[in-house]
Design a protein around this ligand. Structure first.
Ligand code: SF4
Length: 343
């Protein structure tokens, strides 16, 4: 935001002050807010898988009563997690933290096969909130394995979705590649018998480069029947590509552990908006960072509720004369059915 420094050399009675004090006010004089055009990317925010996962926890709370345990953050967003905690959800990292007589929900990221197996062994009532598009990748990996193919998974080591997908097959059956360099040196038992799958929330562009490297090395590699990177990830990245060249800065609303939100920051930087930042909510904004910004892009990762977008726009309105322009590149109407246990 352009600012001018006003040096006050007189006190409020018109008497010379004993020292020089300074305060900063927006350029244009006191009370005049500088103009700011907000380019609002669309689609943004919640995807169908996140919406379903939250509904599953809420329905489980209604049906079984609190507490309902949730293994891992249901979605990577602090605001969502805290809202559900306030209603009686208890978040834990592992099943052994869940008492014997309470229901447990598995997060949208998916879980290794060992997790429902352990829940059954302990006779726990569990509801699986794995996004159906993640489950689709699980089934694909299993199909390749049944057909005798070695599976190469493109994804980020340690991400819960990757742990879940690798855990669909016996140890060692899936090999993980994270980068083009990994793809160039990955070793497989039989180069004529490989397939690949991907994490659903990757960068579309980075993944295309990794896939190209794999296809160069293994011309017969089996590809997914349909793209594994999901519609929501693809659309949110495309919307950012559309507005990034027109923005002086971009705010991505999301959590630092949310893969799809972090990718949106990278996409903005690579497509013409080098000044891009992740914020979890309005309170995180460093307003000095917006000095000189006339056009601000705003988007939200697939785990961030629209309420947080509204909050950021309101905070901008308190400091700027805001005009909002929404730039839509697609209309989404995807919904997923709830599991029978909570339908
Ligand atoms: Fe499902 Fe895609 Fe949302 Fe992940 S980002 S929960 S795969 S719809």
């Amino acid at each position: 935001m352009p600012r001018v420094r006003i040096f006050m050399t007189t006190d409020f009675k018109g008497m010379p002050s004993t020292g020089t004090s300074a305060r900063e006010i927006p350029s244009g004089g006191p009370g005049v807010r500088p103009p700011l055009t907000i380019l609002l990317a669309s689609p943004r925010g919640f995807c169908a898988g996140v919406d379903r996962a939250i509904q599953i926890v809420e329905r489980a709370l209604e049906k079984f009563g609190p507490p309902v345990y949730v293994r891992h953050e249901i979605v990577h967003n602090r605001y969502v997690v805290e809202s559900l905690e306030a209603k009686g959800a208890i978040f834990v990292e592992e099943l052994d933290e869940v008492p014997a007589d309470v229901p447990v929900v598995f997060s949208a990221h998916g879980v290794p096969k060992s997790v429902p197996a352990e829940a059954e062994r302990r006779n726990l009532l569990y509801v699986d909130a794995t996004c159906p598009l993640v489950s689709k990748v699980h089934r694909e990996a299993e199909r390749h394995h049944r057909n005798g193919k070695q599976v190469i998974l493109i994804g980020h080591a340690g991400h819960p979705e990757v742990i879940g997908t690798m855990g669909q097959l016996p140890e060692g059956a899936v090999v993980l590649v994270e980068t083009v360099a990994d793809a160039e040196r990955v070793e497989v038992a039989d180069p004529a018998n490989v397939a690949f799958a991907t994490q659903t929330t990757l960068s579309v562009d980075d993944t295309a480069d990794i896939v190209a490297a794999l296809q160069r090395r293994f011309p017969e590699i089996d590809a997914p029947r349909r793209e594994d990177i999901c519609y929501a990830t693809t659309n949110r990245q495309q919307a950012v590509k559309e507005i990034a060249p027109r923005c002086d800065a971009m705010l991505v609303i999301g959590a630092p552990n949310s893969s799809n939100s972090m990718r949106l920051v990278e996409v903005a930087e690579r497509h013409g908006c080098t000044k891009a930042r992740l914020v979890q909510r309005a309170a995180d904004i460093d307003w000095g960072w917006l000095d000189g910004v006339a056009r601000l892009g705003i988007t939200a990762g697939a785990r961030a509720p629209e309420l947080l977008v509204d909050e950021v726009i309101e905070a901008c309105r308190e400091r700027f004369d805001v005009a909002v322009e929404e730039v839509a590149i697609a209309r989404e109407n995807v919904t997923f059915k709830l599991p029978r246990a909570v339908a």
